[in-house]
Design a protein around this ligand. Structure first.
Ligand code: ADP
Ligand code: MG
Length: 468
């Protein structure tokens, strides 16, 4: 009844009055979505909705306190801005815990793992928690920037409350951007918080190797006990499991069992779950159950911060213009940033006096100009084939199967862009195709890169690999 008496300011509210809560929220999310990466968007806004709407306020329901704090701190202004154009009468937004009324693909895991620290160290696992982690990879040494703040916050959150809300935590990003560091930082913190935590850190290759050996030595039961008996399982570089069905099967069961028992799983990959080729759908969907967080390349400011911090730690003193030169030229890989710094540090100590920029440039010339090292079409094609997990043969030859068409077009595109080979010569390389086919491919990839952020990231990833 009250509603019908309410006086809305004219014209402005018409849109929002006509919209129900769900439509209004969808409209707001729609405008947020464009400015956020997919991983970020899903992480923060999946399972949110309007719980209550008054004449000048809304209450937004969010699935966890972590979400609430994060959205309030980071996205509040943007939500307000979106509201301004849609429902200007709303002046206040509150955030409150509340389960989503909308059906959702994500099964919320409410289980609180009171039994989390249940294990002791007595049996000799494949790697004791203290020894399997790199002591340098802690939160204390991790520098937070816009590029990694989501993944960082998520890692801290699971270290605080393992096995509950964000399980698995799936971190993805390009080479040398800190995935292993962050994953291990969470591991260290877990053990610090509870020294009884049985933690296992392995690369997916080691997991596969252990499994093969276990089969060969008829120790499969032991293998299962080791892997399924952990409180926290950290699997690094899961993309290497692509195409290995036997291991995927075994990992699937390990995953299910651990998760059911509220044990924390952390996974890293060089790309998002959906883009890992030749991996079972049921695994992909499980990877997306918890939180998927990306790490992007650091911006200039973050690169400078990383350089400054690492420099201080090493006790060297480089001038600001040298640091800036490194930060400007080493863009996509933090390991390389460190590498450049280390090299200068060695020279500085040898010379026992301050370096000037020109010297630094000379010393770093092999690092900084060695970037474009890949000079043959074959090398590029091999990289692309490896990335998409297809045979070179299939990539080059005549097959028109869809699964080969995209990788082939990407390979053609990269060869053209990076090597500037002529269209006919690229056609020749790909089994004598017509130059118009190559032109078409290059154009198509060019357009896709402009249109689709995901696809752009995918091509960037391959480029990164070309220049390692
Ligand atoms: P990835 O696993 O993504 O390939 P790593 O975790 O091995 O990358 O990181 C590469 C190097 O860069 C490591 O020495 C790591 O300590 C350092 N590093 C990466 N990100 C950061 C960061 N945000 N702060 C400090 N060091 C970092
Ligand atoms: Mg790594």
């Amino acid at each position: 009844m009250r509603l019908s008496y309410r006086v809305y300011p004219r014209e402005v509210t018409l849109i929002s009055v006509l919209m129900n809560n769900q439509q209004l929220w969808q409209a707001i999310l729609g405008s947020m979505e464009v400015s956020l990466s997919r991983a970020n968007f899903n992480t923060w806004f999946k399972n949110t909705h309007i719980l209550e709407r008054g004449s000048d306020y809304i209450i937004v329901g969010v699935p966890s306190t972590f979400n609430r704090d994060w959205i309030a701190a980071k996205y509040h202004q943007e939500i307000l801005k979106a509201l301004k154009s849609l429902a200007p009468e709303i002046k206040e937004i509150k955030y409150q815990l509340g389960s989503s009324s909308a059906p959702s693909a994500q099964k919320p895991v409410q289980k609180i793992s009171s039994d989390f620290p249940g294990h002791s160290h007595k049996e000799s696992g494949p790697a004791a928690s203290q020894t399997s982690l790199n002591p340098k990879y802690t939160f204390e040494t991790f520098i937070i920037g816009k590029n990694n703040e989501l993944a960082h916050a998520a890692s801290q959150s699971i270290a605080k409350n393992p096995g509950t809300q964000y399980n698995p935590l799936f971190i993805y990003g390009g080479v040398g951007l800190g995935k292993t560091h962050l994953m291990q930082a969470a591991g260290h913190r877990l053990v610090q918080n509870n020294p009884k935590t049985k933690l296992l850190y392995v690369t997916s290759e080691k997991f596969a190797n252990d499994y093969v050996n276990a089969i060969a030595q008829k120790r499969v039961e032991e293998f299962k006990k080791e892997y399924r008996g952990t409180d926290a399982l950290l699997i690094d570089d899961i993309q290497f499991m692509a195409g290995k069905e036997g291991f995927q099967e075994e990992f699937f069961h390990t995953f299910n069992e651990l998760r059911e028992r509220g044990k924390q799983i952390i996974i890293t990959s060089d790309r998002p779950p959906k883009e890992i080729p030749a991996i079972e759908q049921r695994l992909i969907s499980r990877f997306e159950w918890g939180m998927v967080a990306d790490i992007q390349a650091p911006d200039l400011e973050t690169r400078m911060a990383i350089l400054r911090t690492k420099m201080e730690k090493k006790g060297v003193n480089l001038t600001e213009d040298i640091l800036f030169y490194i930060a400007e030229n080493v863009v996509t890989n933090i390991r390389e940033l460190e590498g450049a710094l280390n090299r200068l540090a060695v020279y500085q100590q040898m010379e026992n006096r301050g370096l000037v920029l020109d010297q630094a440039k000379t010393i770093l010339s092999s690092i900084i100009s060695s970037k474009k090292r890949i000079t043959s079409a074959k090398k590029i094609a091999e990289m692309v084939a490896e990335f998409y997990n297809v045979n070179m043969e299939d990539l080059i030859k005549q097959s028109r199967k869809k699964e080969f068409v995209k990788p082939r077009q990407v390979a053609m595109y990269l060869i053209r862009k990076e090597l500037e080979n002529s269209f006919p010569s690229i056609g020749d390389f790909f089994g004598g195709r017509d130059h118009t086919t190559v032109m078409h491919a290059v154009e198509k990839v060019d357009n896709l890169i402009k249109e689709k952020e995901n696809f752009k990231q995918e091509v960037d990833l391959i480029m990164d690999k070309l220049f390692v």
